[in-house]
Every structure is written in C-alpha cells, then in structure tokens.
Design a protein around this ligand. Sequence first.
Ligand code: NAI
Ligand SMILES: O=C(O)C(=O)[C@H](O)COP(=O)(O)O
Length: 373
Amino acid sequence: MQIFADENMPLVNAFFEDIGNVTLFNGRNVTASQLENADILLVRSVTNVNAELLAKNSKLKFVGTATIGMDHIDQAYLASRNVSFASAPGCNAQSVVEYVLSSLWCLAERYQWPLEKKTVGIVGVGNIGSRLVRALTALNIKVLQCDPVRAEQDNGFEHTDFDLLCQHADIISFHTPLQTLGKWPTRHMLNTTSLQRLKPDCAIINASRGAVIDNHALLNDLLVTHRRRAVVLDVWESEPDILTALLPYVDIATAHIAGHSVEGKARGTEMLYQHCCKLLGQPVIHQLGQVLSVPAMGKLQISEKFRLPDVQNLARLLYDVRRDDAMLRQHLAEQGFDWLRKHYPPRREFGSLQLCGKIVPDYLPQLGFSLAQ
Ligand SMILES: NC(=O)C1=CN([C@@H]2O[C@H](COP(=O)(O)OP(=O)(O)OC[C@H]3O[C@@H](n4cnc5c(N)ncnc54)[C@H](O)[C@@H]3O)[C@@H](O)[C@H]2O)C=CC1
Ligand SMILES: O=C(O)C(=O)[C@H](O)COP(=O)(O)O
C-alpha cells in the first residue's frame, strides 16, 4: 500500500507504518506526478484535492484530510471516481477555543474591558462554536449564537439572525466553514455592508477561513474608524500571500495556527488512521495516548483560594496567543507564512494539565482542563 502524506502531519509514520510505505510531500507544492502511485492520500488544508491533482493517478482508494475544513477538497470529484473520503471533525476544536479565549483575555487586558459585561456573538455553532459557548458561559460571559443550519434542524436551538447579531455583539467570532454556494454561503459574510451594521467598537475575531471576511473591506473599515475596533486574525484571504497592509491595524495576527495544538494535529492523524483501518478491514492497533509525548507540566494543585479571575493565569501556563502574534510580526517578512506554520512551537491543550485539589471549581473542566484521577 503506497501512502502519501503531507510532511506537516505529525505522527503519520507511527500510525501508518504498519499499513504501508509512507512518503511525505510538501502540501503546498505537491504535483500530480508525485501522487501517481498513491493508494492513500493524506492531506492538510493547504492542498487542493481535485481532478488536476489526481489526473495521473488511477489507483487511489482513500483521501483523508486531517482537518475539519473541507473547502480544499472536491468531494464530488472523489465520489465520481469512487474514492473514499474522510475528514477529522472536532480534532482541533479545543485548540481553537483556547486560541479565542487567550485572544479575549489579551484584548481585555490591553483595553481594560470587563469581559463579563460584554456580549460575544458566535457565528457558526458546530464543534468549535458550541465548545466556545460552553467555555464563555462558564466564565459568565453572555453569548449570542448564529447558526441558521442548526436552527433549521433543531427548534430548541437559540439562533440569532446574523444581521441582528452584528448590531448587538460587542465581540464577534467566526467559526463557520467557507462556503461560496448553497443556501447559507459564508464567503465575505463580513463585508462592507455587514461591517457597517457592527457597533463602531465591536471587536472581530476570525479563526475560521480568511475569505469569510472580505479583507479589503476590513482594511477600509479600519482606516475609516482609525483603529477603534480590536481585530484578531488567525486566517487571511489568499494565504500564504496575505494582505500585509492589514497588519498594523490588527491587534493579534497569527499564521493559521489556532488549531495547531499538539493534540489537535495529532488527533487529526489518528482519526484518518482509524478511517483507513475500517476501510481496509484492519484492526486499530495504535492509540493517541500511546504515541503522544508526555507534557512538560503534568499535575497542578488548585487551592481553596482559586477564583474565577485566576483562570487567566492558569490558562497562560499553557498558552498565550501573544507569543504567536510576536512570531508572525518578527518572521513573516523574511521567512514567510508557511515557515511560521511549519516551525510552530509545541502547544499543549488545557486538558494535558491534570488539576488536583479538595475543591476544583466546575468551570475548569468546562473550559477543558482535566481532573487528576
Ligand atoms: N484556524 C484554524 O486553525 C482552524 C479553522 N477551522 C475552521 O473553522 C470552521 C469551523 O470548524 P468546526 O466548528 O470544527 O466545524 P463544524 O462543521 O463542526 O461547525 C461549523 C458550523 O457552522 C455552521 N454554519 C454553516 N454555514 C453557516 C452560516 N452561513 N452561518 C452561520 N453558521 C453556519 C454549521 O451549521 C456548523 O454548525 C472549519 O470549517 C474550518 O474552516 C477549523 C479548525 C481549525
Ligand atoms: O481543521 C481545519 O480546518 C484547520 O484549519 C486546520 O487547523 C488547518 O491546519 P492545516 O491543515 O492547514 O495545518
């Protein structure tokens, strides 16, 4: 079995070496000729999988993307060739939630916001959005949810129309897939018109796909408002060639790494491995817990004095988004966007830290921290 995998897919050898011969490729530049002999193709978000890329391959059985976003995959084409396909839903949801929380704490400190008085509008309430709702609710922060797709399926879902959410949110955070067509397109959802509906000081967070926000319209809005609006961008239109004119106006700028926790990326590989085993009728031998490295911090004692405002310090033991913002500003010009992603320093999720103590407040597990056994 010939397995071709993106070189930025961690643990791919550990999971797949029993299944076949693993060859790594650069996901951004891979060509049809390189993939001629692939039986199994494992990609990340930077590879467009379509008729052009697979033109020279006649033996492909399975394509897996170790991501939740699927806008880079021509699924209709794969189906027409009878190639099985799988993504990795939820693999990195916790990682993105931790990115958004860290960004909120950073902005709250910078602008002296009382977060508990803010309303956060969450657009797209799937794996990431629903975890974010849980985390913000645990922190006593009010949320508005916008997800018309869920609203159609579930009468009990509390949906706020996008236009209304734009008017009422103090902070708006995007967690939708990138969809150009269909009933609920998301491409340029935030554009010149919807930007004007936002409160003048409404903060914007985008960790979904760059083109969910019209980046030129955003730049224009920021020039007009003279930086009154806080902006956090993890994703950008036309990555890796991003609109650098935006950078001076963006509070937190990162290189599409919100989902890049050690666990988030490794879970993606594991999920594809499990799909492959099922497809090939092979037993699942390897498990994430066996192959993940031991975290630098294992257990932490929580005292009875621990209170809600202490959460921020606890979280910063594991992740502070300001590091990633500094990396981008320092290295983007010389090294480029993809270098930043390839050399992303290890980041462990909240769940890697086991909390001990007589009383561990309920909101800590709701944020994703583990309780010691
Ligand atoms: N920056 C990063 O590193 C990462 C980015 N992502 C992006 O975030 C997106 C969301 O991730 P998940 O929550 O895991 O996906 P998901 O598929 O679980 O949830 C997406 C939600 O968006 C909703 N939705 C679809 N169209 C909508 C519309 N027009 N308005 C409002 N809601 C709409 C869907 O109904 C669904 O509930 C992914 O598609 C991906 O593009 C995901 C992981 C990491
Ligand atoms: O899961 C997704 O969707 C994402 O955006 C991933 O975090 C993207 O990671 P890469 O595949 O681009 O490394």
